[in-house]
Ligand binder design. Structure first.
Ligand code: SF4
Length: 276
């Protein structure tokens, strides 16, 4: 974070909080009054809720060990979500205690955390709480914004200079798959724009969880777009898909290792910078 991070984060947190009286933080544009306890698509009023914090070694190697802070509530409805219960009922998660979390950030750094990893759910729907936390922690902390990137300019602007690494989760390569798997109609144009706009603001890692059977409809167009529009960006292809327990539109099988090899070879052929 930059040296004036505390005052910047506190000021922006206040601005975002005020805007919650007609929330349009993301393209769902619910316009509910979250300050008056109204709840939008993400299932949250103005209170920010966290359900887990832990040290984790399973992110991209340059981020590990990573101190993960999970925020409840999301603006997508991914049919293969690994924390679906916290997004379906975010109100069940405890309200964020900023002082306790700031102490946890300090402790995890002393335990070896290299990065502070803000994820969810989707952190954009709780960005005011994230900013309030950033206003209290050591400004030398390396902050990772681990996001689906589906948010409006207001959020993108609020993060500038406060986030070191954007870990952008690009989930689908076309709007039809995004509609059926994530429940969102205008996914790609929003996410692509936010990825491109994040590049001057910090380091960007584009992560794609490979979906079984989605090589031609998703993987190929994602990689082609990255090669054309974001050459040099770091790309992380994840082969860790876990099929959901109940029947949904999501693939019901694990990824075939040959699909991972094919995706890696496509990325290499396009000159993309793959990271592990
Ligand atoms: S952040 Fe939540 S309430 Fe606000 S527009 Fe998005 S889904 Fe709706």
């Amino acid at each position: 974070m930059d040296p004036k991070a505390h005052s910047k984060a506190a000021r922006r947190a206040g601005q975002i909080r005020r805007s919650l009286q007609s929330c349009q933080l993301c393209p769902r544009a619910c316009k509910v009054n979250r300050l008056a306890c109204q709840i939008g698509y993400c299932g949250l009023d103005a209170r920010v809720r966290t359900f887990r914090e832990m040290l984790f070694d399973g992110e991209e190697s340059m981020l590990n060990p990573s101190h993960q802070i999970y925020l409840a509530g999301c603006n997508l409805k991914c049919s293969f979500c690994s924390v679906e219960e916290w997004n379906r009922q975010p109100q069940a998660a405890p309200v964020m205690d900023i002082q306790a979390l700031a102490a946890a950030v300090d402790l995890r750094r002393r335990q070896g955390a290299r990065t502070l990893n803000i994820l969810g759910g989707e952190p954009a729907v709780s960005v005011h709480g994230v900013l309030e936390l950033l206003a209290t922690i050591d400004p030398s902390t390396t902050v990772v914004w681990n996001s689906n990137m589906y948010y409006n300019t207001e959020v993108a602007e609020a993060l500038k200079g406060l986030v070191d690494i954007y870990l952008a989760d690009l989930k689908c390569g076309n709007d039809q798959c995004a509609m059926s798997l994530l429940g969102v109609p205008d996914y790609l144009c929003v996410v692509k724009q936010n990825i491109l706009q994040a590049r001057p603001a910090g380091t960007v890692i584009v992560r794609h969880l490979l979906l079984p059977g989605h090589m031609d409809c998703c993987v190929r167009p994602i990689l082609a777009w990255l090669a054309e529009q974001a050459p040099g960006v770091m790309v992380s292809l994840r082969g860790t898909y876990v099929p959901p327990a109940v029947g949904t539109a999501a693939p019901a099988v694990y990824l075939d290792p040959q699909e991972l090899a094919l995706a890696q070879s496509m990325a290499s052929d396009l000159g993309l910078r793959l990271i592990q």
